[in-house]
Design a protein around this ligand. Structure first.
Ligand code: C2E
Ligand code: CA
Ligand code: CA
Ligand code: CA
Length: 276
């Protein structure tokens, strides 16, 4: 038993070393990846539920590693955050999304009402100059502020509520809209919405996945919609994969929806084809 324990320990620490090593490598590779053109944005269309019309798109980051191929954002965003690389990557993503949204409306006049929503990491908010980064991206690209939405996860605004409210207030004073992402997964819950100033919430796809099967998830989703509306907050459902989910969300008064059933993330060129 002693020998096995020892081996087990040795194996475990070696596995840990490998994980650490992989992370270090990934961090090195990620440095300069934007400049080398390995990173790009894709856009997932978002539709209005009352009229079925295209309302905007969420920008999602992709990394095509020269040797390892596509790397999941859930993996490399984490590395970018931990290493501090997000501090330069974040503003680059904001600017690139604004540039693309400007092109949509320049080439398709009917698209000048479409929004682009950009994911922002908690670290970008906490460092305090997010509103400056946003103001700069808007000034450099000329995008109308009302067309830019910033998505923050609940965890970014949990904890110091007073500070979060100040930062969000400053952000909103630039004219952009602020949405809470993955809503319902954290512990802040609905009461949080009264104290933290946001324009919209995105119902996490784990709830949407079960609205047809699980009465609790349907009840929760319906409650989120009612509560948000009573506070004047817009509701977006993400992860709509089936027509039935779309129908029930529309019936419950949800404002906007996105998901594979409506459209996968696509290049800006493909997105512009939807505008014809
Ligand atoms: P998220 O913000 O919750 O983005 C939605 C994720 O759900 C995306 O995954 C999208 O491709 C996926 N998705 C969309 N529709 C469906 C559907 O119908 N079913 C299912 N199962 N999934 C669907 P993706 O692109 O892999 O991004 C993962 C996460 O990485 C994002 O989650 C976001 O938190 C983060 N992320 C992506 N781009 C950026 C970025 O530019 N900056 C930051 N800070 N985070 C980003
Ligand atoms: Ca998001
Ligand atoms: Ca989400
Ligand atoms: Ca469930």
């Amino acid at each position: 038993a002693k020998v096995a324990g020892k081996n087990c320990h040795r194996f475990y620490s070696r596995a840990m070393d490998q994980a650490v090593e992989r992370r270090v490598h990934m961090e090195q590779d990620l440095r300069g990846a934007w400049e080398r053109g390995e990173l790009s944005l894709v856009y997932q269309p978002v539709f209005g539920l009352s009229d079925g019309k295209l309302a905007g798109a969420e920008a999602l980051l992709r990394w095509q590693h020269p040797e390892h191929g596509p790397i999941a954002p859930s993996v490399f965003i984490d590395v970018a955050e931990q290493s501090g690389l997000i501090e330069t990557l974040g503003p680059a993503v904001l600017r690139a999304a604004c540039v693309d949204a400007m092109r949509w409306s320049q080439e398709h006049p009917g698209a000048d009402g479409l929004f682009v929503s950009v994911n922002v990491s908690p670290r970008q908010l906490r460092n305090g100059d997010l509103s400056e980064q946003v103001a700069q991206a808007l000034a450099e690209t000329g995008l109308d502020p009302s067309r830019l939405h910033v998505e923050l996860t609940e965890t970014a605004v949990i904890g110091d509520e007073i500070r979060a409210s100040t930062l969000l207030g400053r952000l909103r004073s630039t004219g952009v809209k602020v949405w809470l992402d993955d809503f319902g997964t954290g512990f802040s819950g609905l009461s949080h919405l009264r104290r933290v100033p946001v324009d919209g919430v995105k119902i996490d796809r784990s709830f949407v996945a079960d609205v047809l099967r699980d009465p609790d998830d349907l009840a929760l989703t319906t409650a989120i919609i009612a509560m948000a509306h009573s506070l004047g907050i817009t509701v977006v459902a993400e992860g709509v994969e089936k027509e039935g989910q779309y129908d029930i969300l529309r019936e419950r008064g949800c404002d906007l929806a996105q998901g594979y059933w409506l459209g996968h993330p696509m290049t800006t060129q493909d997105f512009m084809r939807l505008l014809d």
